[in-house]
Design a binder for this molecule. Structure first.
Ligand SMILES: Nc1nc2c(ncn2[C@@H]2O[C@H](COP(=O)(O)OP(=O)(O)OP(=O)(O)O)[C@@H](O)[C@H]2O)c(=O)[nH]1
Ligand SMILES: [Mg+2]
Length: 173
């Protein structure tokens, strides 16, 4: 869907939150759309769609973008539901790949799934190294481009995460 500058109709963009169970996808969506956080873990059983509009500065202009954020249950990455995930990704404008930065296996497995899905290089992807509040400061290292430490709990870098992805979407105009 086309992009418009501020003042005109907003562009609608579908974004998928993808990651293994319990890495914090639902809490990222809640923090971003309603500034809420729940401590308890309630495994998502179905896709839920969140919505938020935002203004993004890009090359001296302000663009209004409405994100439809598909919170895909981590359990869908295993077993028969994987095919559904691939079709969700196919229609997405961009992907936020979420992992738990205190659990390295959650990024390795996710990268493998993204590789298998042949999505890398085709769609804009930002990696969220979530639960950064649990990582001691001296364990943080410089991340590769398009990766960012986030915390749904404290709100650290949650806005930035979505801005980063929306800028990548604007790059594709
Ligand atoms: N400390 C900390 N806890 C977090 C953070 N994000 C999420 N959590 C907690 O981690 C647990 C899992 O969070 P969810 O957002 O439900 O995880 P999910 O990725 O949606 O899990 P599935 O729905 O099973 O795929 C919950 O207990 C959250 O409170 C964070 O940034 N920091
Ligand atoms: Mg969830």
């Amino acid at each position: 869907m086309p992009f418009y500058c501020m003042g005109a109709t907003a562009s609608l963009q579908k974004i998928c939150l993808l990651g293994l169970p319990e890495v914090g996808k639902t809490q990222i969506a809640k923090r971003y759309t309603s500034d809420e956080f729940e401590r308890g873990y309630f495994s998502s059983l179905a896709v839920k769609i969140y919505k938020r509009g935002t203004n993004v500065e890009y090359e001296g202009k302000t663009y209004t973008i409405v994100n439809f954020i598909w919170d895909v249950p981590g359990s869908y990455l295993h077993g028969g539901a994987k095919q559904h995930v691939l079709s969700y990704l196919d229609k997405a404008s961009g992907i936020i790949a979420v992992y738990d930065c205190t659990k390295p296996n959650t990024v390795g497995e996710l990268e493998q799934i993204l590789k298998e899905s042949k999505i890398i290089g085709k769609k804009p992807i930002i990696f969220a190294a979530n639960k950064a509040d649990l990582l001691p400061a001296d364990k943080r290292h410089t991340l590769a481009p398009n990766r960012i430490y986030t915390s749904a709990k404290t709100g650290e870098n949650i806005q930035e995460l979505f801005i980063m992805l929306n800028r990548l979407l604007l790059d594709k105009i």
